[in-house]
Design a protein around this ligand. Sequence first.
Ligand SMILES: Nc1nc2c(ncn2[C@@H]2O[C@H](COP(=O)(O)OP(=O)(O)O)[C@@H](O)[C@H]2O)c(=O)[nH]1
Ligand SMILES: [Mg+2]
Length: 174
Amino acid sequence: MLKILLMGHPNVGKSVVFNRLTGANATESNYPGTTVDYEKGYVFIEGHETEVLDVPGTFSLYPKDKAEEVALKIFTQEKDAVIICVLDATKIERGLYLVLEVLERSRSVIIALNMWDVAKDKGISIDHDHLSSLLGVPVVPTVAVSGAGMKELIFSIHEACTSDVKSIVERAMV
Ligand SMILES: Nc1nc2c(ncn2[C@@H]2O[C@H](COP(=O)(O)OP(=O)(O)O)[C@@H](O)[C@H]2O)c(=O)[nH]1
Ligand SMILES: [Mg+2]
């Protein structure tokens, strides 16, 4: 089964992106042996159930607390998952550190440059196409709270997993 992991720092909008992808079918549970919550939901790709995990927020793959330990465990276990790294577009340098760690471990990665609206308001402009060609992965500006960019994000999942994602597109569009 194809799996998608949403990873990134705390408060970058992972859970809002998660809700857009999975709709109302999410379940929350504690990671085995810990009190750390994570959510699991499903989307259908070509009629096949695809699992989406809202991974606990983490700054790096060198854990400094319980939540980060769980994030690393999930990342390590789910070797074939597509990773959507959600970044706060207003704090991109810090977020890219995690992206580089993930890329170092040869994973399929998509970058969601979330909070694009806040970045715009602050006069921050990012050449996302250039960043994409530098890193060799799709980089998609998103505003998770309004849904802007979600369609493009879903199409980049499409690119990463070469599947027909019409059903997720329909569900995530507002
Ligand atoms: N302005 C704006 N706020 C956002 C966006 N995405 C998420 N938020 C808000 O940012 C806060 C953190 O979002 P959340 O999904 O809980 O972050 P998480 O810790 O990464 O799961 C919430 O108050 C969201 O409503 C966005 O693109 N733009
Ligand atoms: Mg969250």
